[in-house]
Design a protein around this ligand. Structure first.
Ligand code: SME
Length: 165
């Protein structure tokens, strides 16, 4: 049994340090990417307060050729399965290789609403050898939920996962 018991009253830096440590411990000896993404989505859900969706989209083969984002393991309501690179907040992170921190999703051009409860969003790319292989997506029902510490924390988590998803 895994029982990390996150203290959500912790400062964000310490909360994300503990999250990365827990993710490292959970994925270190497991080569299966789906198992690792599933457990890390569950960890994010437990550690990070005020979320309505947390999970992964992987870069994969598009139905019409080329590449697109394909839904991976997550916690939350059923979501859009395929997202073209460059579309929505996830597609922007995948295309640019840069984290997208959106205070109000309604002001983001092309935002894809999978859950109407979502008000703000943080998407962090996972890069391997300079290529985006996946994005980590966090949605919150609270406007302005994600600050710079949240982006930095999830970026640290992405580094842990480079060769594990
Ligand atoms: N809102 C995202 C789509 C994914 S859901 O939030 C799970 C976007 O605009 O890319």
């Amino acid at each position: 049994m895994y029982d990390f018991q996150p203290d959500t009253a912790l400062k964000p830096e310490e909360l994300y340090r503990q999250l990365a440590e827990a993710a490292d411990a959970l994925t270190r000896d497991e080569p299966d990417p789906v198992a690792n993404m599933a457990n890390v989505a569950a960890l994010i859900w437990e550690f990070v307060p005020d979320l309505n969706w947390a999970g992964f989209y992987r870069v994969g083969t598009a139905l019409k050729g080329g590449q697109e984002l394909i839904l991976g393991p997550f916690v939350g309501r059923p979501a859009c399965i395929r997202i073209p690179l460059g579309q929505g907040v996830c597609g922007a992170a995948a295309k640019t290789g840069e984290s997208q921190r959106v205070e109000d999703v309604h002001t983001f051009p092309g935002h894809i609403a999978c859950d109407t409860a979502s008000q703000s969003e943080l998407v962090v790319p996972v890069l391997r050898d300079g290529e985006v292989i996946a994005v980590i997506d966090l949605d919150s029902p609270r406007k302005g939920r994600f600050g710079p510490h949240d982006a930095e924390g999830i970026e640290q988590l992405a580094l842990v996962l480079i060769n594990r998803i």
